[in-house]
Design a protein around this ligand. Structure first.
Ligand code: ADP
Ligand code: MG
Length: 291
């Protein structure tokens, strides 16, 4: 790249809040043919809210304080949503002991002498929680695009907490703009397959890689690269950092975590998914001027 072309490209990007950290980032962005986007906090606002609590007959006001006690110890965005929902109902706070976080799955603790497990199906299975009829309700909520969290108390699944996380206003437009650039768009998520597929469908994304553990996101990028793709990864979370580093181009959402921003090659200061196609266009324009 000629220094002038790089300066022009970097300046063009900066005016739109797209920060290229170096000349290599600008050059890589010109070659991208696949964009992988994290779901929570990237395509969605990352501020989930409880929409519904379904129990198998158990009293919601007895179940929620137990769940909230566990989630108060967790740093997961879903946990914060559950805690504030319970507080909003004016339910009394309980204290958890023996808290254990299970990354990508949920959390476990003892509350009032009861073993409380909150998270996905795999966690219920790992903790020996009997699923029973509540599983059908979880599937139903997940197929609506909601994140459905299971609650196990003393070895039995007694409730499902449904949470919705609204898509960012421009996510669908961003996918469309990427398709117009001839770029394939993939959604990557730790969430349930049917939840992820539903949201991907609403946004026009054709490929979904879901139920990916936090440590496995980078492997998914590597697999795409091994198929000959030139991959950009867009993410916001701590668990996106290894994938951002693995990608040919790591793009961080400006509102994301420090680790993501530090690891990425490009930072989107406005946290707007539409700035992803902008970044690729700036890169292509710069490369054209260099020839
Ligand atoms: P994402 O990539 O969507 O942020 P994670 O990989 O962090 O998701 O978690 C994957 C799934 O594990 C969540 O969709 C949820 O079902 C479950 N989970 C993880 N942590 C928690 C928690 N603290 N409370 C409830 N469920 C959780
Ligand atoms: Mg995220």
């Amino acid at each position: 790249a000629t220094p002038t072309a790089v300066m022009v490209g970097t300046g063009l990007g900066a005016r739109r809040g797209v920060l290229f950290k170096n000349a290599t980032a600008l050059e890589s962005s010109a070659r991208i043919d696949t964009v992988v986007m994290d779901k929570t906090g990237t395509l969605t606002k990352g501020a989930p809210e409880v929409t519904q609590v379904v129990t198998d007959g158990a009293d919601e006001s007895e179940v929620l304080p137990l769940v909230a006690a566990v989630e108060k110890e967790s740093e997961h965005p879903l946990a914060a949503a559950v805690v504030s929902y319970a507080a909003g109902l004016g339910l009394p706070a309980r204290v958890a002991s023996g808290f254990r976080n299970v990354p990508g799955h949920g959390a476990v603790a003892d509350v009032d002498g009861r073993r409380v497990v909150v998270g996905n199906r795999k966690l219920m299975e790992a903790e020996g929680v009997e699923l029973g009829g509540i599983l059908a309700r979880r599937d139903e909520l997940a197929s609506q695009g909601q994140t459905a969290v299971l609650v196990g108390i003393d070895g039995v699944a007694v409730a499902v907490i449904a949470l919705a996380d609204a898509a960012r206003e421009t996510s669908a437009d961003a996918v469309r703009a990427l398709h117009e650039l001839g770029v394939r768009v993939v959604m990557l998520s730790g969430d349930n397959q049917s939840t992820a597929e539903r949201i991907a469908g609403q946004l026009g994304i054709d490929t979904v890689i879901a139920e990916v553990l936090p440590g496995d996101k980078a492997d998914k990028i590597r697999e795409l690269q091994q198929q000959g793709r030139s991959v950009a990864m867009v993410g916001d979370g701590v668990n996106d950092a290894p994938a951002l580093a693995q990608a040919d181009l790591g793009i961080a959402i400006g509102a994301g975590t420090d680790v993501a921003i530090e690891t990425a090659d490009v930072v989107l200061m406005r946290s707007d998914p539409l700035d992803v196609p902008t970044a690729l266009r700036v890169g292509r324009g710069t490369l054209r001027k260099m020839r």
